[in-house]
Design a protein around this ligand. Structure first.
Ligand code: CP
Length: 301
């Protein structure tokens, strides 16, 4: 007897070239008005860390494909009575739930769960500090929808790189897609000791990082992943690392601005810049729904 191997979205490294290209193209096609490919059955959202964008967009994406959506709230599920997450997922799979979208703080957990599970696809919706694959995909899809490709572009990522799964996945994807430069900048405590991918380099100040950049991605300080003693003072952070319109106009006037959200106005970015014509922030949110539709279409083919 052969056991059917489920398709999962665990990280970007396990996504082949064809699948990557197909997901990005499909997200753009859906954003441009292509008809969704309807799917049947139910998917479950299990978010063990807070979320607005990712959780809601996976839900909307599923509903637009005709899927039912179940939310398993951590404090209301039987994991509070000792059931393991694996057993919760196996229980849902036995009821016919076809996919589970998981966010969790423990690195490696989602891959481990996937390896022991039959009859259900798993989607990594953010895992520890390591991976947020659907965010990286939607960010690139947002650029593609603007007619820009990462190949040859200079990307600056500014903020809390050390604790950011968004930065980790973005570095992987932008390197893979041929970015000319990936500059990583932030205060010493929020930068990794070494660049996470060979194409990236660490910058010690904001001006160096953004000068001539084509895309500037700002990240919030991930307070939930550090000891309160490591929290930077917000006003001091803004004065050294916050992006202002005057800096942008001076050093990278053509750059497009991205932020995975949630945005802390006046900390990582001058408040009014969020609505600047160069800002793609809400377009990223919009593209999140189409990218996650493409993910479900692909997973539940
Ligand atoms: N970008 C992102 O993951 O946002 P949420 O935490 O709101 O899902």
């Amino acid at each position: 007897m052969t056991v059917k191997q489920e398709r999962h979205l665990l990280d970007l490294s396990s996504l082949g070239e064809n699948a990557l290209e197909r997901l990005l193209d499909r997200a753009c096609a859906l954003a441009a008005g292509a008809a969704p490919k309807k799917r049947q059955g139910a998917v479950a959202n299990l978010f063990r860390e807070p979320s607005t964008r990712t959780r809601v967009s996976f839900e909307l994406a599923a509903r637009r494909l005709g899927l039912d959506v179940i939310h398993i709230e951590p404090d209301q599920s039987s994991t509070t009575k000792g059931e393991s997450l694996h057993d919760t997922l196996a229980t849902l799979a036995a009821m016919g739930v076809r996919a589970a979208v998981l966010r969790h703080r423990d690195e490696g957990l989602i891959r481990k769960l996937a390896s022991g599970l039959e009859g259900m696809a798993l989607v990594n919706a953010g895992e520890g500090q390591q991976a947020h694959p659907s965010q990286a995909l939607l960010d690139v899809a947002t650029l593609l929808a603007r007619g820009r490709r990462p190949a040859g572009l200079r990307l600056a990522i500014v903020g809390d790189i050390r604790h950011s799964r968004v930065a980790a996945s973005a570095c992987q994807l932008w390197q893979r897609l041929g970015a000319a430069e990936i500059r990583l900048a932030g205060p010493p405590g929020l930068l990794p000791d070494t660049p996470p991918v060979p194409a990236a380099r660490l910058c010690k100040d904001l001006r160096t990082a953004i000068t001539g950049a084509d895309v500037i991605m700002l990240l919030r300080i991930q307070r939930e992943r550090m000891d309160a003693t490591g929290w930077p003072d917000e006003a001091a952070y803004f004065s050294s690392w916050g992006l202002t319109r005057s800096l942008l106009d001076e050093l990278a006037p053509q750059a497009l601005l991205m932020h995975p959200g949630p945005v802390n106005r006046g900390v990582e970015i001058e408040p009014a810049l969020v609505e600047d014509p160069r800002s793609l922030i809400l377009q990223q949110v919009r593209m999140g729904v189409f990218t996650r539709m493409a993910i479900f279409e692909w997973l539940l083919n």
